[in-house]
Design a protein around this ligand. Sequence first.
Ligand SMILES: Cc1cc2nc3c(=O)[nH]c(=O)nc-3n(C[C@H](O)[C@H](O)[C@H](O)COP(=O)(O)OP(=O)(O)OC[C@H]3O[C@@H](n4cnc5c(N)ncnc54)[C@H](O)[C@@H]3O)c2cc1C
Length: 330
Amino acid sequence: MHHLPNSFQISALCKDFISLTTINQIPSIFKSTSPPILILGGGSNILPMDHFEGTVVHNEISGITILEEDLNSIVIEVGAGMNWHELVMTCVDQNWGGLENLALIPGTVGAAPMQNIGAYGVEAKDSIQTVHYYRISTKEFQSISNAEANFGYRTSIFKTQLKNDCLITSVVFKLSKNHHQLHLSYGSIGEVLQKKKITDPTISDVAQAVIEIRQSKLPDPAKIGNAGSFFKNPLISKTTAQELHKNFPEISVFEVDDHTSKISAASLIEGCGWKGKIIGNTGTYKFHSLVLVNHGNATGAEIIQLSKDIQASVFAKYGVKIEPEVNIIS
Ligand SMILES: Cc1cc2nc3c(=O)[nH]c(=O)nc-3n(C[C@H](O)[C@H](O)[C@H](O)COP(=O)(O)OP(=O)(O)OC[C@H]3O[C@@H](n4cnc5c(N)ncnc54)[C@H](O)[C@@H]3O)c2cc1C
């Protein structure tokens, strides 16, 4: 039995653990390993139970290769096992723009397309050009373009049609080299820059502001086990959202398009009195109700129970279903 690494800091074991450092290993791994197989990056978006009766394939394929470059842009291919924040900071150091708002998101590059990671008004899909992967069922190496990947809010083809059937090996990003398109209006980025009297921010200033905001709001998984936002923000019809907001002004609603609104799941959970609550070994983070935490010796089952209790109370009060963003490994 081997330890199954996870940012929830849950004590979990798996039957086998394989370190994947090069794509040459892949065909033989999938030939000789019987399911279930869990493809793992940093373990920062999973909730494991005590035992995983299968093999963990830990993606450690690293490296950045420049594929194309001109005066205005650069195209890079990045190994799926590279640490995401390290990639963001490498790009910032090189003055390659596009990923700076996604600084300090834990995990690996290969997991980024899975749920199309996003923060502060930017999503991974905004810079991804192509994703290279191994299709487990057909035993083939394949590539998919951004347009074919069905990227959406915290979703993609990898989390739907190709779920458990693909191992992302590398991701190709197109980034700007000058005239960077900065996204400053989301959250308190503008406010932080203003406080620092920065009027003409660089991508490095933006990354730094994002890092400071995240450090003040989110628990460090090394200190308090968590997997970031446990639930997705629900998308509901604009008319239902307007009605809900009229009855419950404490709920935050964002317009997505002419017909759809996004509700802040944090505001729903907070509205049910869960913010900062401690229940046995589990609870919600004191500064962010969407983040479920392990206060010490929580099991996966205890976190699941807490998530179900939260879902039930949100539904009972607001009639809105909230779904987990985190991948539950059973
Ligand atoms: C404190 C904190 C803050 C966070 N903030 C954000 C945020 O702002 N925005 C956001 O979107 N997310 C956020 N997250 C969630 C998490 O960081 C991302 O989902 C990240 O992409 C997970 O990467 P990982 O390598 O740890 O994935 P893992 O947890 O290892 O895996 C997640 C899922 O992807 C699959 N997977 C992983 N690698 C591969 C691969 N190479 N090929 C195929 N499948 C693979 C796994 O099987 C699993 O289903 C946060 C998490 C934490 C702990």
